[in-house]
Every structure is written in structure tokens, then in C-alpha cells.
Ligand binder design. Structure first.
Ligand code: PLP
Length: 379
């Protein structure tokens, strides 16, 4: 059976170039980058090189990057570490669980947390955000670059204008979870006037378990992990050097190839959506309309009325089609998507949406197979 993976927002296959770099680094490097002897110094030089390459790809400086275990830890570090004591935290209603659940934990500790509303396509409500920020003491605002389920891209230009118009003592630090945006749309965190941004290597053809937090030099960050003082004291623990070297290759290539990736996946996704509508006339596309440029090019969030992701995802898997529904937790159970619930969908609809996310290697032939499977399984 030809299996088709349309769950690239969950993870992507390791790129051959990243795999080769991982294997080279494993073979070449035996040292701990914090050791002072020759093998340690060789490892340190490689770590510095990977850091500089990622920084150059992101248009930032190497000393502003903190390597973490993934996007989840990068988000946790940003929120716990950059929210000034006693100041408010603002997050959008559709953030990834690694932001949403930090906000819930902080709220339980008595911190002042505001959930900012989104429109029916999942886009941040900018006037409501402006109203929430005005007249308050500056804190930390976390708004994702692009939503992992809906593909909705945040209105960063408008948000930036709102933030810049605020008096300095009301202007919050701005963190963006850019895990899904990297490599899919142009992205320059410093030019956007962000203060912090999170990235994850495995979403762009890099290895699992490597994240990067960019924290601008002027932003104060305190650590969540204490120990040997690695990563300028911001994230103790010996760095996973072979995986970081491989991540650098994947991130560089993702940025270099972004325009080609966007053109290819958006054209395939448009065609695919047309075919889904023919095969399943009741299907509805959630998030921005297909022709919108304010959407991730590779992501289709498709509501199939009366479907139940808990049943459908395993059935599609049996037929060789890998997709996701709702938010898969570590137990593998599928909860109704909190993102769709935040958009006002009821629990049944929040369980009835499939996320189909294309990747760099997805071909028109893969999508023909996918359509056949969808037609026979959901029709
Ligand atoms: N943020 C977003 C938007 C994501 O889609 C994900 C992963 O699904 C994460 C954060 C977490 O990244 P990681 O799997 O590297 O912890």
C-alpha cells in the first residue's frame, strides 16, 4: 500500500541533508561543548557555527539564540522567563497548548492573564487587543505567527502598528510562536519588531527535539532550567550537538527554499481543496478562504459535518492516509480541538474537522491517492 503522509504540521520527514549532517556530527564530534580540552573546543566551534548559521537564516544575532528541546520548551522559556514580575500576560484564544497551558498555570498562580479574542477565521481581533492593552502597565503579549490547525496567519503588521502607538510604559514585550511559520512564509522577527520568537527544527525537515528561542538582546530573560549554565545561563544542560548541527542545515534550507515551498504547496493545496469539494460536497474549509494570502500555504482544515475524528483518523490510517484531527495528546486520544471551540464551534463540530497538511515532498500523485481514500472512507 502506498502510504500518504498529510500531517506535516505535526512533523516532517528528516531531510537527507540534515540526516547527513547529523551522522557526520555524531562521527566527528565526541566532545562536550563546555569542556576546555581539544575535543570540547572542537564541539564548541561546531555549536557556535550552527548558532551563527541559524542566526543568519533568521536575520538575528547568534548570541540572541537559546537552544531548547523543541518549540514547546522555547514557548515555555519565553513566557515564564520574559514576563516581568507582577505584569500582565496576554495571549490569543488560539495559541498552541505550549502557550495556552503556560498561561493557565500562571493564572492559577494568581498572575493577571488576558485571553484575546479572534474572528471566525481564527485571526486575532486587533481592535479588541488594542483596547485590552491601552492604559495597562506593560507586560508580555504572545501571539502566534500562524495557527497549526487552521493555518490562519496573524495580522502582524496591524498588531505592530498598535504596539508602536502605545506609550512606552504600556507597550508589552511581544513574543510570537513562529513554529509553523518558519519556511512556509517570509519571516524576519527583528523587522517585525518582535522581542522573542520560537522555532522548532522538526517542522522544517530537521530532527525531533531541537528548538530555538530568539530573544532580542534588549529583552531580559530568566532561565527555567538551572545547572551548568549552558546557553549563556539561560538553558542549562549539555547541548544536543549533532541534532543542533542537523537543525542548522534544515533551517537554512527551509529559509532558502521558502518561496519555492510556498508556491508548490499552495498550488497543490488549492487543487486538492477543489477535488475535496467535488468528492465531499458537504465539506467546509475552516480558517481563511483558500485564495487568501493570510493562510499557511500547506494547511487545509476541513470540517466534515457528522464526522468524528476519533473514528475517522484511525480509519483513514488503515487505508494508508495519515492526517490529524483535534489535538492529539501524548496518550494518543483525540480531544475536541480547543482552537475550534475558541472559534465558537460546538463539541461535535470541533471533533469533525480534519487537518490535512502538505509537505515539501508531497506530490500531485499523493493527493490523487488521498482523494480516493477520502471519497471511499468519508463519502
Ligand atoms: N507551537 C506550534 C504552533 C506547534 O504547531 C507546535 C507543534 O506542533 C509546537 C509549538 C511545539 O513544538 P515541539 O513539537 O517542537 O515541541
Amino acid at each position: 500500500m502506498n502510504r500518504v503522509h498529510l500531517d506535516h504540521n505535526a512533523t516532517t520527514p528528516l531531510r537527507p541533508e540534515a540526516r547527513a549532517e547529523f551522522l557526520r556530527a555524531v562521527d566527528a564530534l565526541g566532545g562536550n561543548p563546555s569542556s576546555v580540552h581539544a575535543s570540547g573546543r572542537a564541539a564548541r566551534a561546531e555549536l557556535d557555527d550552527a548558532r551563527e548559521r541559524i542566526a543568519a537564516a533568521l536575520g538575528v544575532e547568534g548570541e540572541e539564540l537559546v537552544f531548547t528541546s523543541g518549540g514547546t520548551e522555547a514557548n515555555n522559556t519565553a513566557l515564564f522567563g520574559a514576563l516581568p514580575p507582577g505584569r500582565p500576560l496576554y495571549i490569543s484564544a488560539v495559541e498552541h497548548s505550549s502557550v495556552r497551558e503556560v498561561a493557565e498555570a500562571l493564572q492559577k498562580e494568581g498572575r493577571d492573564v488576558t485571553i484575546l479574542p479572534v474572528d471566525p477565521e481564527g485571526r486575532l481581533d486587533v481592535p479588541a487587543t488594542k483596547a485590552a492593552l491601552e492604559g495597562r502597565k506593560s507586560g508580555l503579549l504572545s501571539v502566534m505567527g500562524a495557527n497549526n490547525e487552521l493555518g490562519t496567519v496573524s495580522p502582524f503588521g496591524e498588531l505592530r502598528a498598535v504596539l508602536e502607538a502605545l506609550p512606552p510604559d504600556s507597550r508589552p514585550l511581544w513574543h510570537a510562536d513562529c513554529v509553523q511559520m518558519l519556511g512556509k512564509l517570509p519571516l524576519a522577527p527583528r523587522e517585525l519588531s518582535l522581542d522573542l520568537a520560537s522555532f522548532s527544527a522538526h517542522k522544517v525537515g530537521g530532527p525531533l527535539g531541537v528548538g530555538v528561542l530568539w530573544c532580542s538582546k534588549t529583552t531580559a530573560l530568566s532561565p527555567r532550567l538551572y545547572g551548568g549554565g549552558q546557553e549563556s545561563g539561560l538553558r542549562s544542560g549539555t547541548e544536543n550537538l549533532p541534532a543542533i548541527a542537523a537543525a542548522a542545515v534544515a533551517i537554512e534550507l527551509a529559509v532558502q527554499e521558502q518561496a519555492a515551498y510556498t508556491a508548490k504547496t499552495s498550488s497543490l493545496a488549492k487543487q486538492f481543496w477543489g477535488e475535496i469539494q467535488e468528492a465531499l460536497p458537504a465539506a467546509r474549509l475552516l480558517g481563511p478562504p483558500i485564495e487568501s494570502t493570510e493562510r499557511l500555504p500547506n494547511t487545509l482544515c476541513v470540517l466534515l459535518p457528522k464526522a468524528d475524528g476519533r473514528v475517522l483518523v484511525p480509519r483513514l490510517d488503515l487505508e494508508g492516509l495519515e492526517v490529524s484531527a483535534g489535538s492529539a495528546c501524548s496518550s494518543g486520544s483525540i480531544e475536541p480541538s480547543p482552537v475550534l471551540m475558541a472559534l465558537g464551534h460546538n463539541e461535535a463540530d470541533a471533533r469533525a474537522a480534519l487537518r490535512l497538511s502538505l509537505g515539501r515532498e508531497t506530490s500531485a500523485a499523493d493527493l490523487q491517492i488521498a482523494i480516493k481514500v477520502l471519497r471511499t472512507t468519508c463519502g
